[in-house]
Design a protein around this ligand. Structure first.
Ligand SMILES: Cc1ncc(COP(=O)(O)O)c(C=O)c1O
Length: 358
């Protein structure tokens, strides 16, 4: 039998920099963090007003009734279709354990470059992962279908994809779902869905998917557009038989009461967040104009980040952090991802890009 020490030796710890240590190392007062795809604007002012530290000695109510009713109302989907968790990470973490079996030699089909949680949990559970090549940054849904075999139990699609930012249209997704055998679970991770489609259209699309297909989980987060990353709230929409499986298998009360209050307040201020989607798009255009001017290859991104190609990621990263205190994310030797910051932060990066590429 393989030793306990060796069993998980292929797992890698996330290589995440610490802002304070980085500031100290490079002698900056502050670091501009464009690393995690957080929303660099503050959440709706209603969030601050909503948080009341009352009865901290009492558990939150089972099934998060207020938030679930609000979401049910906005999506026009029954409340039994929603499940919340401590960030959408926590839902993704459960999926391989619940829906794939090592004993049955199941595999999970996912894109070769995408968000890593499902792959990590698959590795922990010794479940095989089949990776599908991207088409110039886009998840090729036909190739994902071709990769399915008799042992496939889960397919994971991030839309828009992260880190590339490329989007499959709603029509493509529907067409794809129609072709996936019904005994395979499809997970559609829409952490950036509101940015890509706009809030209204995104949620209308979700309703159509959930009404049509009973083998789908759509995941969403309050960490991105809703600017509540520190509160850790994520949720999924799926058919009640799947939602109930999560309720039976995992924590009854996965989210603290104050996070639920914050999420409810944020979700009730659509106008505020429509404005953020708009500002995010305007700021992306500023980046694109700069990339064009400097002849830098990039992908048009549907998230709150941009993906670009550089000659040498390490030297560009070092230049940005040492001179300007900006932390970005290296993806590959020749590719990096930059989170869209505030206009002031983006101006600093744009200035740095122009200086680096003179
Ligand atoms: C594609 C994608 N899915 C899910 C998550 C997890 O978000 P959270 O756990 O904060 O809800 C992230 C975070 O960066 C992400 O990029």
């Amino acid at each position: 039998m393989i030793s306990l020490k060796r069993r998980f030796s292929n797992l890698k710890e996330a290589n995440l920099p610490n802002s304070k240590e980085t500031a100290k190392k490079y002698g900056h007062k502050e670091i501009i963090k464009l690393f995690y795809n957080e929303n660099k604007y503050l959440p709706s002012p209603k969030v601050r007003e909503s948080i009341k530290i009352n009865s901290p000695n009492i558990y939150p109510e089972y099934k998060e009734p207020m938030l679930i009713e609000k979401l049910s109302d906005v999506f026009q989907i029954d409340s039994s279709y929603f499940y919340f968790s401590n960030g959408s990470d926590a839902i993704l973490d459960c999926i391989p354990t619940l829906f794939a079996s090592k004993t049955n030699k199941n595999n999970i089909v996912l894109p070769e470059l995408t968000f890593g949680r499902i792959e990590t949990t698959a590795l922990v559970n010794d479940i095989e992962v089949k990776k599908v090549q991207l088409d110039d940054g886009l998840i090729n849904l036909d190739k994902m279908l071709e990769a399915i075999d008799s042992k496939t139990s889960i397919i994971y699609v991030v839309n828009p994809n992260m880190p590339t930012g490329k989007l499959n249209s709603h029509e493509n997704i529907i067409n794809f779902l129609e072709n996936v055998p019904n005994n395979i679970l499809v997970v559609i991770d829409e952490a950036y869905g509101e940015y890509a489609f706009g809030i209204k259209e995104n949620y209308e699309n979700n309703k159509e998917i959930i009404d049509k297909f009973d083998n789908v989980i759509i995941t969403h987060t309050f960490s991105k557009l809703y600017a509540l990353a520190s509160f850790r709230v994520g949720y999924m929409i799926s058919r009640p038989y799947i939602v109930n499986l999560f309720r039976k298998a995992y924590q009854y009360l996965p989210i603290n009461k104050y996070s639920l209050q914050a999420a409810l307040a944020a979700f009730s201020d659509k106008n505020y967040y429509d404005q953020i989607v708009k500002k995010n798009n305007e700021e992306k255009e500023k980046y694109y104009a700069t990339f064009e001017e400097l002849k830098i290859k990039y992908y048009k991104s549907f998230g709150n980040f941009v993906y670009l190609f550089v000659d040498d990621n390490k030297s560009f990263e070092e230049f940005l952090v040492s001179k300007y205190g900006v932390l970005i994310r290296s993806i590959r030797n020749n590719a990096i991802r930059i989170t869209i910051g505030t206009p002031e932060e983006n101006d600093i990066v744009i200035k740095a890009l122009k200086e680096y590429y003179v």
